[in-house]
Write a protein that binds this ligand. Structure first.
Ligand code: NAI
Length: 461
């Protein structure tokens, strides 16, 4: 029977990063992955392909709507959707091959098949060729999540689809309904809206992007409406199904809505299907997530879990941090994740990025704060880029001035949030950011100015 110090189940960003770190620290590591390509949902059918399409569709919009303002005149702009989808696939293929070569470099053994725990120290790999049993000193579950659905929704994966199918529609749907105004709905809704779909978003709550700072989410909704997305908030979807060449969505108290495609994006649920958790006595919480203690240990000794399958935001980088902390704690005794500084980014145009507490949370928790806001329209670089919409908002503790949250809507917000995250990780005050020299002309000056604004002394606004 093959023997390994660590057997990781799942080769998404959580699992493969943990495997590499464990190999660096000298363990004999194996990874079991049921898909032939490594990289998990994020790389194969999530973060990476969606970002490829967001970039392509944004360039298409710019070419049609904005190039003229730059003095660039095009005779005509046409969409070659096949080529756009091919480019996305090429990017995904290149990156999954990259993970394969990292495995080789780090001497990680890869098993193709479904991993099932048979005891606290053994896992079988089930595949078409049969089953192979592995002996494991430690097991790490990093099986991620899968799309959740709603009662009444008949997901046929043709007319009524998940994000996976919505990354590869063979033609632009004329009418696209999104159920859910979260990360996935807004990103993929933006892609197809830019490519020509009429997009209607049905959201159960009375706002979009629940959990995000409500001021920023309100700003985002206005921008998306200008771009052509139609929001129907406070709507309860009772059913959705394919009917002939269409899909029909039944919304409580309204006439049924017809569309060419319906994307269901109402969140994701932990993926623990057929994992054999019962064979090692591993417990789940009420929401079906694997319960872990400090250092990511499950209720079974030597079995650990990280990423979407445990509590916390379902984000690739959160899973990576946990994967590294888990194996470092296992091998060196020390591992740590700073959950107060995990950024979240929606890659729309403009991008929306957030780290730390929202203003809503500070109010709910009765924490006294000061707030500094700086708009991109007062920043030279934002004008040069042609994207002056949006703002940076910094929330700092009223007494200590420690930065508690930073929320950005605007150009390249997803890159700008890194500075805020680093500042918060080092326990910075808004004064620290305000006194840091920021290059001119850059978008990052908006962070400095928002920090100055916390103290009422922004220069350019
Ligand atoms: P989400 O949790 O972001 O949003 C789901 C939305 O559906 C919420 O607004 C919710 O109120 C709404 N909803 C729930 N039930 C509903 C109903 N019956 N009718 C209408 N609306 C309803 O989930 P989403 O967008 O599916 O994304 C799943 C996960 O993937 C998220 O946890 C997210 O963190 C992650 N993700 C992250 C991305 C990023 O980092 N850029 C991109 C895409 C996904």
């Amino acid at each position: 029977m093959p023997q390994h110090d660590l057997v990781v189940i799942g080769a998404g960003p959580g699992g493969y990063v943990a495997a590499i770190r464990a190999a660096q620290l000298g363990l004999n590591v194996a990874v079991i992955e049921q898909e032939s390509a490594l990289g998990g949902t994020c790389l194969r059918v999530g973060c990476i392909p969606s970002k490829a399409l967001l970039e392509s569709s944004e360039l298409f919009t710019e070419a049609r709507q904005s190039f003229g303002r730059h003095g660039i005149v095009l005779a005509s702009v046409e969409l070659d959707l096949k080529a756009m989808l091919r480019r996305k696939e090429q990017i995904v293929n290149g990156l999954t091959k990259g993970v394969e070569s990292l495995f080789k470099k780090n001497k990680i053994t890869r098993y193709l098949g479904h991993g099932k725990i048979t005891s606290a120290t053994s896992v079988t790999v089930e595949s078409k060729e049969g089953a192979v049993e592995l002996s494991a000193k430690n097991i790490l579950i990093a099986t991620g999540s899968k799309p959740s659905s709603l009662p009444g929704i008949q997901m046929d994966r043709d007319r009524v689809v998940t994000s996976t199918e919505a990354l590869s529609f063979p033609e632009v749907p004329k009418r696209l309904i999104l159920i859910g105004a979260g990360y996935i709905g807004l990103e993929l809704g933006s892609v197809w809206n830019r490519l020509g779909s009429k997009v209607v978003v049905l959201e159960y709550l009375n706002r979009i992007l629940p959990g995000m700072d409500s001021e920023i989410a309100g700003d985002a909704q206005k921008v998306f409406e200008k771009q052509g997305l139609e929001f129907k908030l406070g709507k309860k979807v009772n059913a959705a199904r394919a009917e002939g060449n269409e899909a029909i969505v039944e919304v409580q108290g309204e006439e049924p809505i017809r569309a060419d495609k319906v994307l269901v994006a109402v969140g994701r649920v932990p993926n623990t299907d057929n994992l054999g958790l019962e064979n090692a006595g591993i417990k789940l919480d009420q929401r079906g997530r694997i319960e872990v203690s400090k250092n990511f240990a499950t209720s079974s000794s030597n079995v650990f879990a990280i990423g979407d399958v445990i509590q916390g935001p379902m984000l690739a980088h959160k899973a990576e941090e946990e994967g590294i902390a888990c194996v470092e704690a296992l091998i060196t005794g020390c591992g740590h994740v700073n959950y107060d500084a995990i950024p979240g980014i929606v890659y729309t145009q403009p991008e929306i990025a957030t780290v730390g507490k929202s203003e809503d949370q500070l109010k709910e928790q009765g924490i006294a704060y000061r707030k500094g806001i700086f708009p991109f329209r007062a920043n030279g670089r934002a004008h040069a880029l042609g994207h002056p919409d949006g703002k940076v908002k910094i929330l700092a503790d009223e007494k200590t001035d420690r930065v508690l949250g930073v929320h950005i809507i605007g150009p390249r917000a997803g890159d700008l949030i890194a500075e805020a995250t680093a500042a918060m990780t080092f326990g910075a005050s808004s004064e620290d950011i305000a006194r840091t020299c920021h290059a001119h002309p850059t978008l990052s000056e908006c962070l400095k100015e928002a920090a100055l604004a916390v103290d009422g002394r922004a220069i350019h606004f």
